[in-house]
Design a protein. Structure first.
Length: 143
């Protein structure tokens, strides 16, 4: 498990009629104030999305249908792939994490709960800017 990335197992409610999962802001299921929800679906086969990090945004990713892989890179040589393939699995990404989304199944629907409204200024889209910020943070934390 990478620092800044956490798998979350959601509590499933349900009965003989089926299953139900509740994601509420500031709960154990989602520990931040949710300002935005978006979802990614009908992805072109073989495509890789993401390829960025965020300065501030916290997000919970849930593949509510099908499957996909989230590749998380901390910019210090630590890279981990997380497969999401069931609606009771969340991936909480906080802090500086370069993330790619890939290996989408045809039926994949990736739901994202976000802690901030959309703001392009929060994106780090160049990998070298990302590693520079990671190094600056590490130096700041040492002093
Ligand atoms: C992330 C991953 C997991 C908006 O106008 N508003 C929005 O809220 C979002 C999310 C996107 N857009 C526009 C910006 C682009 O012109 O939609 C277009 C596609 O966005 P993007 O290329 O950033 O999509 P992904 O799949 O690479 O990344 C998205 C989120 O943008 C990002 O925050 O962490 O999903």
């Amino acid at each position: 498990m990478l620092q800044n990335v956490q798998r979350v197992q959601f509590k499933t409610l349900g009965d003989e009629r089926g299953k139900l999962i509740v994601l509420e802001e500031l709960s154990a299921q989602c520990p931040f104030d949710v300002k935005r929800v978006f979802y990614i679906f009908d992805t072109t086969p073989g495509t890789v999305r993401g390829k960025h990090a965020h300065h501030q945004m916290r997000q919970m990713l849930v593949c509510i249908s099908g499957s996909c892989t989230i590749r998380c890179d901390l910019g210090n040589g630590k890279v981990t792939d997380y497969e999401l393939n069931w609606p009771d699995q969340g991936l909480l990404i906080e802090g500086l994490v370069w993330h790619d989304m890939l290996d989408f199944s045809k039926d994949a629907v990736l739901l994202v709960l976000a802690s901030e409204h959309y703001n392009e200024a929060d994106y780090i889209r160049k990998y070298e800017d990302f590693t520079r910020e990671v190094q600056e943070n590490a130096q700041r934390n040492q002093t």
